[in-house]
Structures are given as structure tokens and as C-alpha cells.
Design a protein around this ligand. Sequence first.
Ligand SMILES: CC(C)(COP(=O)(O)OP(=O)(O)OC[C@H]1O[C@@H](n2cnc3c(N)ncnc32)[C@H](O)[C@@H]1OP(=O)(O)O)[C@@H](O)C(=O)NCCC(=O)NCCS
Length: 191
Amino acid sequence: MTFPGAIPTLTDGPVTLRAHRPSDVERSVEQSVDAESVRWTTVPTPYSLDDARDYIGSRARAWLEDTEWPFAVEVDRRFGGSVELRNEGPGRAEVAFGSHPDIRGTGAMERALRLLLAWGFEARSLTTVIWWAHAGNWASRKLAWKVGFSFDGCVRQWLPQRGEMRDAWVGTLLASEPLQPREAWEIAADR
Ligand SMILES: CC(C)(COP(=O)(O)OP(=O)(O)OC[C@H]1O[C@@H](n2cnc3c(N)ncnc32)[C@H](O)[C@@H]1OP(=O)(O)O)[C@@H](O)C(=O)NCCC(=O)NCCS
């Protein structure tokens, strides 16, 4: 594997997934200081340009070491966030995602996840993808629902965040399942 040469570029037209680039750093900082990113992820706070440079560098290493398969999300020729699959061993991966505030609510992340998941099932022969989110992260839960994840419940004090353990929502998506909601949101949100 060479970086970025061997990293696939995936596109559906409006949204493109590609390798991270040094020029993503400034918008990566904007994303990482956003209140929703701070609230629901483990992003360092405060967050500097050097943190973003380290993050972009770590994306290349992840591909080289085959531990994660991260992509930058490009919308209108601008960096719009990141999506990735974390390699959990043969057939298994964890999905992770976060968007720049200015692409939220546009459907771009839904498109990005469809591209990512289809690639993972096909190119990495995944059988099961798991989604974790801090309990209460409804934007994440709704996005996972849109692309077909089940909601499998809440695991108490499971996700570490800045020195504390947070309750975690969990769901799964299998290779045999369509990347579409499996039931109405009103039912899914009530589980
Ligand atoms: C999670 C994230 C990528 C989702 O992006 P997105 O799909 O563009 O969605 P939005 O942030 O605009 O929120 C979308 C949906 O969640 C719904 N939502 C948000 N907060 C909600 C709440 N408290 N209760 C119910 N629904 C809620 C919105 O109504 C919206 O639904 P709609 O698309 O049907 O109109 C984005 O919010 C983000 O980057 N958040 C910060 C980082 C993060 O949480 N990453 C995931 C970690 S597991």
C-alpha cells in the first residue's frame, strides 16, 4: 500500500471520498472546534493547526498499517469531513464519521456513508459493520438508521471520553442487508 497513490477514490457525483491531503488542515480545524464535534467525539480540546496536521498524518499511517480505512469527504471541491472503517479483524469493522458544520443537513454524509459501506463490504469482504455513538447523539443515530443500521441497544459506561466513561448506543449492519432504513424512524427511534 502506498499513500495516497493506492487509496481508492469513490464518488457518486455530488460526493467524493478520497485520501486526506495537507490542504484539508484548515477546514479540519474548523470542524474540530465545532461544539457538536467536541460534545460527541474524543477530539482534543482546545484544537490547534498542529493537532490537525497530526490527524492528517495519522490517516496515512492507518492505511499503511491497515488498521483503519479513512477517507476525506469532498463536497463542492472542499473538505467536508471524514468517514472511516476501523479494521476489527477478518470480516469486521467499526464505522466512524464526522462532518464539517457546513455540510450538515445536506444529505452529503448519508451519501458518503453509502459509498464507504459499499466499498467495505465489497473491497474488504466485510460481513459485519458496527456503529457506536455516545448515548444521546441523535444526529449520529439518525444517520446510522438512514443507511440501514439496526439499533441494538445501550451499553453502560463503555465509550471513553476525556477521562470519563460514557454510555454507548450500538448498532450493526450486515453485508446481506440493504443500505436503507429497515423500519420507520418513529419505530426505530423508540427502541
Ligand atoms: C453525526 C453527523 C455526521 C450527522 O450529519 P448529518 O447527517 O448531515 O446530520 P445533521 O447533523 O444535520 O442531523 C441530521 C438529523 O438528525 C436529526 N437530529 C439531530 N438532533 C436530534 C435530536 N436531538 N433528536 C432527534 N433528531 C435529531 C435531525 O433532525 C436531522 O434529521 P433529518 O436529516 O431527517 O432532517 C454530524 O451531525 C456531525 O458531524 N456531528 C458531530 C460529530 C459526531 O457526532 N460524529 C458521530 C460520532 S458517533
